[in-house]
Write a protein of this length. Sequence first.
Length: 420
Amino acid sequence: MSYEQVEVPADGESIEVLDAEADELDVPSNPIIPIIYGDGIGQDVGPAAQTVLQAAAEATGREISWMRVYAGESAREKYDEHLPNDTVEAIKEFNVAIKGPLTTPVGAGFRSLNVALRKKLDLYTNVRPTFHLDGVPSPVKHPEQMDMVTFRENTEDVYAGIEWEAGTDEVQQVREFVEEEMGYDDTIHPGSVGIGIKPITEFGTKRLVRKAIDYALENDRDSVTLIHKGNIMKFTEGAFRDWGYEVAEEEYGEAVITEDTLWEERDGEAPEGAVVVNDRIADNMLQQLLTRTEQYDVLAMPNLNGDYLSDAAGAQIGGLGIAPGANIGDGRILAEPVHGSAPKYAGQDKVNPSALILSGRIMLEYVGWDDAAALVKDALEATISSKKVTYDIERQIEGGEKLATSEFAEEVADRIRSNA
């Protein structure tokens, strides 16, 4: 494919998809990987993450051929559009990519560029591993107990974006239909109203839950917990719960067992190596994140629940500034940090790049470079533990050495080289 707006590295090779549903890839030793620095602090954390990830690749006998692509304000300035088609097509062609934070444009046709990318690329699973790094200050007494991975549905629920503004003809049509045709004439309060529709499908639910169960089986996790508000929203979130259990009961044989079967038929003794699937009400799960942290491994949930739960989990390990994430479809990944673009710090070379670095670690694991991924995590944790940190952590600890974003990245990269 030819690109008008970006240059394809001449010294790299494409990552080919062998089995999309199984995320099975043919990865060369010098893959082409598109990277979006992003907006605001993206210009600082993007190059920093590149430095660290390249060091990990080279330390394990590989090399990444970076392909710079654009989205957000940088794309607007360069090409007069926020999401060039070449950017989307590049990620489609090369299958593995990483991006920094993007600022949602005002009045540009998208509610969110992040959402637009996920939908255009069908990246239906948002994955956020949440674990504590030694040396990172935390608001809880035992942050080391947090080791969960959230699987959040990425295309339905509130991300469907189906809503109508108060005062429009469209919202009046929907209101009349709901009240007159569907019989909910005493439900909506008088006066102006905004109305949204919350679709949760069997198709969307089951492919998300499969991803969560597959991950648990492949990574020796004990349980997958379906998070929902099915006690109130019985036909949407309640259906999510039911369809999730159907996947567990019908598709995995003895490798997966439900919590009810575990206690009703086996007195709480799970078969060796089996994953236990259970469910929890969303609001109750928010407090169990704090009170029963160690009991949970993998969480699967609709979009809005996933937004709340993953952010709350991130707070327990030190905040969203170090929280990684990735958007995954069938045979495709776009890694990205949880935090925003923080434009007031842009270009100051001071912010913490750990979230994007750790998002890159997820990307390395996805392509099967587990050795490189381990080097990244170990070097990052060792750097923070040595109290060589960026300003956000330095101001919270005693005896810390404050490093610029680029200096911090070089320190991590040097540790990778020395540990390889």
